[in-house]
Design a protein around this ligand. Structure first.
Ligand SMILES: Nc1nc2c(ncn2[C@@H]2O[C@H](COP(=O)(O)OP(=O)(O)OP(=O)(O)O)[C@@H](O)[C@H]2O)c(=O)[nH]1
Ligand SMILES: [Mg+2]
Length: 488
């Protein structure tokens, strides 16, 4: 398809921005690290722990520049983008360490700048600026909309909503949809009702019982200042695959608003944020999918494929002909690995590797280096072996958050307990085949194969060797992959 006028303008804007960034980073080497993940994946905790570790002497043996003492200093600096909120590091840290509570949910983009003074391997003194950008994974999953017409998006969304367990959750919306005809006259009330029922369906899919991941358009569930605006008031409609919407029809109205969503929400995100990233970590809460059941795991797999497609989309459309493609490393990280005994950490990593395998094969044209890790940015548990009959179960010890419950007991947030959350299989494939395990979407919590409780954050570790640090699992490996090469 020949590029339209708006594409050309968009390209000009992008190149101007890229030139500006390029000039700046020529004099002042900078890495823009995107941290993303679907809601509750662990973004805020990850960034807080990473900054705390880098600025306050964390224990990072695998992060070579740090453990070998070549990093002289890492400190916060004012961030460069005036229109982006600053990541509220100090508050999040206080909540985590001072109150031993997890930070509150965040729904917007935010950014923080860290300046790292280090010595190159050849002895020269250098500075690397690390801009960390925290944005919701839901926004990333919106990018594919840029290449889809309203008719295509409607058809895909409808097909997905007819599969179990979604079909059941979509019943009310489907019932309303069957009263609408694409060629009906445009009707604000019908559109409002349809958008509301569609949003209710998306919200029900996200509930922890079903833990679905693939739920675009992202802003329907986190509208922010756009709540109630026409750009967020539309829904999929049964329309012919080819053909154009007659003027004044319901179809035309929905289509116009869908395009407005792309203009107002998706393109600015692509231009101002996504296209400027150099490195990307995608945080994935696989445990939520295990809690829920096989359908959630399959949905997660589809969402990860969608996410990898975005990097391909980012490369093959705009910019690539003018500038080198930017994102050259992508790390997929299964978070909250401290909910499992260390014997299962490699297995968790294998599950994530399996979940992205097909997508990675498809995304080879991204040219980016891709890796997978299972980590816990903040380790809230310790390990123990618990005897059950003649068996010895590899268990974890932690303080469940107040209100969490298991086996009829409700925890007060003060008592430490040992739990056996379930074993991950040695072969991840078994989890992906059919109804391989039972989760909350099909059975009661007590009968589920996995049950991961929420634990309170730990106390700071004092090992007598200097500053107190937050315990973690493999956070250093993530750092090594994400910025290790830029500190050589
Ligand atoms: N045990 C443990 N729990 C974690 C860890 N990271 C995150 N969590 C849990 O996951 C929840 C969500 O973490 P956040 O960092 O707030 O996730 P987020 O991706 O920023 O979430 P939103 O801002 O809501 O999109 C926390 O409240 C914790 O319960 C971790 O390293 N270990
Ligand atoms: Mg957050």
């Amino acid at each position: 398809m020949a590029p339209g006028f708006s594409d050309i303008i968009e390209e000009a804007r992008l190149s101007a921005r890229a030139l500006l960034d390029y000039g700046e980073s020529f004099f002042n080497p900078t890495v823009r690290l995107g941290v993303t993940g679907l809601s509750r994946a662990g973004k805020t905790v990850f960034i807080t722990a990473l900054i705390h570790g880098l600025t306050r002497g964390g224990r990072f043996p695998v992060f070579e520049a740090f453990s070998s003492g070549r990093i002289a200093r890492a400190q916060l600096a004012p961030q460069p983008d005036d229109a982006v909120p600053r990541f509220d590091y100090e508050n999040h840290l206080h909540t985590l360490i001072g109150e031993r509570r997890w930070p509150n949910s965040t729904v917007d983009i935010s950014e923080l700048r860290l300046v790292v003074d280090y010595q190159r391997r050849n002895g020269a003194e250098r500075t690397l600026t690390l801009d960390i950008v925290d944005y919701p994974g839901e926004w990333l999953l919106d990018l594919p909309l840029l290449n889809k017409t309203f008719a295509q998006w409607s058809a895909e969304s409808l097909a997905l909503s007819r599969e179990p367990p979604r079909a059941h959750l979509a019943a009310a919306w489907h019932a309303h949809l069957s009263t609408l005809l694409a060629l009906d006259r445009q009707d604000e009330q019908a559109t409002l009702a349809s958008a509301k029922l569609f949003t209710d369906y998306l919200r029900a899919c996200r509930d922890e019982r079903f833990a679905m991941s693939l739920l675009p358009p992202g802003r329907f569930l986190m509208p922010g200042s756009l709540a109630g605006s026409p750009a967020l008031t539309f829904a999929p409609l049964d329309v012919p695959a080819d053909g154009s919407a007659p003027e004044g029809s319901l179809w035309a109205m929905m289509e116009r608003r869908y395009e407005a969503y792309k203009d107002v929400v998706v393109r600015p995100f692509f231009r101002d944020h996504f296209a400027r990233l150099d490195r990307q970590i995608v945080l994935v809460d696989a445990l939520a999918a295990f809690n829920s059941g096989p359908a959630a795991l399959h949905d997660l797999e589809a969402a990860l494929a969608g996410i990898l497609d975005c990097f391909r989309v980012g490369r093959s459309t705009i910019l690539s002909s003018l500038f080198r493609p930017r994102i050259d490393r992508i790390l997929f990280a299964a978070t909250k690995a401290d909910h499992l005994h260390h014997l299962s950490h490699d297995r968790l990593e294998a599950v994530l590797r399996r979940a992205v395998a097909k997508a990675v094969a498809r995304a080879e044209s991204t040219g980016a280096e891709i890796d997978v890790v299972a980590l816990a940015a903040v380790r809230a548990t310790r390990e123990a072996t618990v005897a059950r009959g003649r068996d010895k179960l590899p268990s974890i010890l932690g303080t469940p958050s107040p209100g969490e419950s298991a086996n009829g007991e409700i925890f007060d947030g003060e008592t430490e307990v040992a739990t056996f959350p379930g074993d991950l299989p040695a072969d991840p494939e078994t989890l992906f085949s059919g109804e391989a395990f039972r989760g909350l979407s099909s059975t009661h919590a007590d009968k589920s194969d996995f049950r991961f409780l929420r634990f309170r954050p730990p106390r700071l570790e004092q090992d007598g060797s200097g500053k107190p640090a937050l315990p973690h699992i493999r956070l250093d490996r993530a750092l090594q992959f994400l910025i290790g090469d830029r500190l050589q």
